[in-house]
Design a protein around this ligand. Structure first.
Ligand code: XMP
Length: 511
């Protein structure tokens, strides 16, 4: 299998490069630029991409590359800082930002030489996304310029004999009109890679590897009903069948019908499925608790206790399965396996100290969209595979103040109505949408009577990474219908508001 190594020099877009390469059907991994030459050889890449980054090549301790890498004969693509580093290492000149009249940020019209294989068939002018201070001022010998903009005469350069290509702009961001085509040209035309990285292929390889590793031993998986743990469960189930036990702890803080939906899907799988109905335990532990972080802590701890008790009942289990995915691995610094295992808990905090020989993370190299398409390959229903994220502590952090059965019942219904109406109306740009039960009560009038009831808030955001989010522009008639249904159908609610705050300054969840 062809493998692209992306060396991360610290750009905010590095993860995006990896996603784009995978979208082109080519396998890649993102590694820190500090990777040693030996580690690089061990990885055995078929091509290398150097990411952008915030440094300047002439700074003391600027991140660099072992010069031997440039002698390996592999196709190399340098992006932004990666391009400057190539120019610098190969004898060109890079000038610092402060010697230039202006830096170049944002949309930039750029001219391309279409005789370059990198820019083949993309047209001779289009818009790219620039974001750089330093610039290449003189090319290394043997290189020719292949792209230029008004402020950047060397926006692209290459040496086809050495298979080294460089771009000052960012082909990986969607603002670069022909970005996907440029990356595709590098991967397919220059490197000659096919598009064989598909989830169908991955599924077969992963199942073989899991079988080899687990043999006839037993594995345990904490199933939350979220996308990651469900896909991990389906994959493990196809690999080891009855030697897998999935423990699904129903903490009573799930959305309407959610517990039964999860059970209905997994009880038909050839695995041991254990549903632990621990609703009372969780509600008792949460009684009278209003402080959000305290709620989270109690839920995490209670979860661990329940999970441990189940693990003991099952007996000797060698492997613990976790649904860690690639962004979790990247975000935790791409450190060693041991560090990652400790910092990642998918279901409200898994026990570190339970006596497992090994942890299996069958999704640890996949992005979320790949996890979803693997789920589809494995036959999971679309409603499960495409579900929106749901926090581990569940509805507990969507009820402001203390949690009671009555409040949970109100919130479940309001949330169900909102989600149903939004889905029926096919509202766009709704990445995560839910209801919140506030602790505000207000006066209303129903029939001829005064009411003094609860206020429900609706929240819907558009985001791809959940780090920043904008609000969904829900049409007023849809909001009116949701509001009318909630106050008419749910006793105890007489007011509905829509949260119109972006993240930042607000967060997605209210707690
Ligand atoms: P915030 O509220 O921080 O949420 O903007 C960002 C995303 O993370 C989810 N979230 C959680 N997920 N345990 C989880 O598993 C939690 O305690 C938790 N808090 C927030 C949230 O739903 C959103 O998708």
């Amino acid at each position: 299998m062809n493998k692209v190594l992306i060396l991360n020099f610290g750009s905010q877009f590095s993860q995006l490069i990896a996603r784009r390469v995978r979208e082109s059907g080519v396998y890649c991994e993102l590694k820190p630029s500090s990777l040693s030459y030996k580690e690089l050889l061990d990885f055995n890449p078929s091509a290398i991409i150097l990411s952008g980054g915030p440094s300047s090549v002439y700074e003391a301790n600027a991140p660099s590359l072992d010069p031997k890498v440039l002698e390996m004969g592999l196709p190399i693509l340098g992006i932004c800082y990666g391009a400057q580093l190539l120019a610098h290492m190969l004898g060109g000149t890079v000038v610092p930002a402060d010697t230039l009249k202006s830096r170049e940020y944002g949309y930039t019209v750029t001219d391309f030489d279409n005789s370059s294989p990198l820019f083949d068939a993309i047209g001779n002018q289009s818009v790219v996304w620039m974001s750089h201070g330093d610039s290449v001022k003189a090319l290394p010998s043997g290189f020719k310029v292949t792209a230029s903009s008004a402020g950047c005469p060397y926006a692209g350069f290459e040496n086809t004999d050495k298979k080294i290509y460089a771009v000052q702009f960012h082909p990986e961001v969607c603002h670069t009109e022909k970005g996907m085509q440029i990356l595709g040209n590098f991967l397919h035309k220059i490197c000659g890679f096919d598009s064989s990285w598909t989830m169908g292929n991955y599924k077969d390889i992963a199942i073989t590897n899991i079988r080899e590793k687990v043999g006839d031993k037993k594995a345990l998986l904490a199933l939350s009903g979220g996308v990651d743990s469900s896909v991990a469960a389906a994959l493990m189930s196809q690999a080891i069948g009855k030697n897998l036990t999935c423990v699904f702890v129903d903490h009573g803080l799930l959305r309407k019908n959610e517990g039964d939906e999860v059970e209905n899907i997994f009880k038909n799988y050839p695995v041991n499925f254990v549903r632990v109905n621990a609703q009372k335990l969780f509600l008792d532990a949460l009684k009278g608790v209003s402080e959000p972080e305290k709620k989270r802590k109690i839920i995490g701890e209670t979860f661990i206790r329940v999970f441990e008790a189940e693990a003991k009942k099952i007996g000797k289990v060698d492997f613990l399965v976790q649904g860690t995915i690639y962004p979790d691995v990247i975000e935790s610094g791409m450190g060693s396996n041991a560090a990652v295992i400790k910092s990642h808990h998918n279901v409200g905090g898994l026990p570190d100290h339970v006596d497992f020989k090994e942890i299996i993370e069958p999704l640890r190299l996949l992005f979320k969209d790949e996890v979803r398409s693997l789920g589809t390959e494995l036959g999971l229903p679309s409603a499960l595979v495409n579900r929106q994220p749901f926090p581990g502590p569940g509805l507990a952090i969507r009820i402001i103040g203390d949690i009671t059965e009555d409040k949970l019942a109100i919130l479940r219904e309001a949330d169900f109505i909102f989600r149903t109406e939004l889905e029926n109306a096919k509202v766009e740009n709704a990445s995560q949408y839910f209801a919140v039960l506030t602790d505000t009560r207000s006066v209303g009038v129903m029939g001829d009577s005064r009411t003094y009831d609860c206020m429900v808030a609706l929240r819907s955001v558009c985001t791809s990474d959940f780090m920043t989010a904008t609000i969904t522009h829900i049409p007023y008639p849809v909001l009116e219908k949701v509001s009318s249904r909630i106050v008419n159908e749910i006793r105890g609610v007489n007011r509905v508001v829509y949260d119109i705050t972006a993240k930042p300054p607000a967060t997605v969840e209210w707690e």
